[in-house]
Design a protein around this ligand. Structure first.
Ligand code: FAD
Length: 451
């Protein structure tokens, strides 16, 4: 079979792959972007229900996510603010309380403990070098500790531990017992601090693209020269030597001088390489699992909770959807509530019948917002662990021992094979912003290597 020829092949048309391709095309390179799905956007996916855009994947942008915000502006896409007006709901231990801001008003001891852990994590995070977390002075100690151990040691009350646990699960889509403390500190610094990661106002949950986040990926793809993007083309194998690369899908081959693999490490590890990857790189891809999340959406005729003075944001200790948000458009018609099932719960609930999942999630909504929340006109959810081309979300995370032993293999090119994807980002790792930055960085790496 005669390979299709380009200068650079990009594997994956998520934000990382599309951003890499855009930069390379702007520099005059012929690029082939090979995407397994029949759409672009990857972990960003917008479905439409009777004209209402529903983001089942990544949906928010926020301050300091400069590349993503600039891209939206440049491509002519408007953003709107996340609805935050009104009271948030905390439903713990059978009691419903209202609060404003990011941290709920719990008992004084728990509040103090949350404040202390928050402060401590932010403080320690400042000591982690973003481009080399393994070089932090206490790297080996932090990488041998889980977030769970840290929380048990520093948060003396059950209320504080519960709150922090739900907050962290919402950030990582992973259980504190699975996360290296070093990774958590790296991630906090990468996103600019815990306040930024956890807040809606002035934080990572502040802005949304009008019409859904996938429009941004589509607009980016539309700017690529015709013929650059090939959908429904899963890459299976990469052959690489000192002269170039050949990238193989099921029924076609693509040759070029270099390849950028813009996939999460775990999926990159499932490709066949010839010659095989060095052990350091292969060990890394074996040891960075994807988080697990089910994003659950209920649609109502209007956002009636707003009329009751509620923001639509809630935290409950009723499983499985502990954290909830208003996901309606600004006008509130229709009304949309969103809940997350994360980590071990997402793995468990992925295997349960859909109807059971729906009932359990709606019970969580009803617990926080009243019986009306249990009676939506439509319900939809998406379990990202089931998705063949993501196998989990929001991102790959580092369990204990991985940053310090395998971290160096995360971005280092292997000959003519380069790595992108949000997991390789130093700034806003795990987010759309990180994906864009990683693609641009990998493209620069390729261009530099030619000079
Ligand atoms: C439920 C959910 C909520 C999220 N919320 C937010 C949020 O609010 N804000 C935010 O910034 N981020 C959020 N994220 C994370 C964000 O979506 C990701 O960080 C980002 O989209 C990752 O982009 P990427 O290009 O690195 O990877 P991906 O989007 O995963 O792109 C990889 C691409 O490669 C393709 N692919 C896989 N295997 C192959 C193969 N063998 N051959 C060819 N192609 C292949 C995939 O189909 C995919 O298109 C969320 C994610 C999820 C799932």
């Amino acid at each position: 079979m005669q390979p299709f020829e380009s200068d650079v092949i990009v594997v994956g048309a998520g934000f990382a792959g599309l951003s890499a391709a855009r930069r390379l095309c702007a520099a005059g390179r012929r690029v082939a972007v090979l995407e397994a799905r029949d759409r672009v956007g990857g972990r960003v996916y917008t479905e439409t229900h009777h004209g209402t855009a529903i983001d089942l994947g990544g949906q928010w942008l926020g301050p300091t996510q400069d590349r993503a915000l600039a891209l939206a502006k440049e491509l002519g896409l408007a953003t709107h603010r996340q609805h935050v007006e009104g009271h948030n709901v905390l439903h713990f231990g059978g009691k419903r309380r209202l609060f404003r801001g990011t941290v709920p008003r719990v008992d004084a001891a728990s509040l103090a403990a949350v404040g202390w852990v928050w402060f401590r994590l932010d403080q320690l995070a400042k000591e982690v070098p973003l481009d080399a977390p393994w070089e932090a002075k206490q790297a080996s100690e932090w990488d041998a500790t889980t977030l769970d151990t840290f929380l048990r040691t520093h948060a003396p009350t059950e209320g504080a531990r519960k709150l922090l646990r739900y907050a962290m699960e919402t950030v990582f889509a992973a259980d504190p017992a699975d996360l290296s403390l070093l990774h958590v500190l790296f991630y906090i610094r990468s996103g600019g601090g815990l306040d930024r990661l956890l807040s809606s106002e002035n934080g990572a949950q502040q802005d949304r693209v009008v019409g859904g986040m996938q429009r941004l990926a589509e607009a980016l793809a539309a700017k690529l020269p015709e013929g650059t993007l090939r959908l429904s083309t899963p890459v299976r194998a990469i052959e690489h030597d000192r002269d170039g690369v050949v990238v193989r899908s099921d029924d076609a081959a693509f040759s070029g001088s270099r390849v950028i693999v813009a996939l999460p490490p775990m999926l990159a590890g499932r490709l066949r390489y010839a010659p095989a990857m060095p052990s350091a790189r292969d060990q890394l891809t074996q040891r960075v699992p994807q988080g697990a999340v089910i994003k659950c959406i209920a649609i109502y005729e209007r956002a009636w909770w707003r009329e009751e003075g509620l923001s639509g944001h809630a935290i409950t200790d009723l499983a499985p959807a502990h954290v909830q948000f208003d996901a309606s458009a600004p006008e509130g018609t229709p009304g949309v509530l969103l809940g997350f099932i994360e980590g071990a719960a997402a793995r468990e609930w992925s295997d349960r019948p859909r109807g059971e999942r729906r009932d359990a999630v709606l019970a969580c909504f009803a617990r926080c917002f009243g019986v009306r929340a249990g009676l939506p006109v439509h319900y939809v959810d998406k379990s990202w662990t089931e998705d063949e081309w993501s196998r989990g979300c929001y991102a790959g995370y580092f369990p204990p021992g991985v940053w310090t032993s395998s971290g160096k293999a995360l971005r280092a090119p292997i000959g003519r094979v380069h790595w992108a994807g949000t997991e390789t980002a130093t700034v806003w790792n795990g987010y759309i912003e990180g994906a864009i930055r990683s693609g641009e960085r990998a493209a620069e790496e390729v261009l530099r290597s030619e000079r």
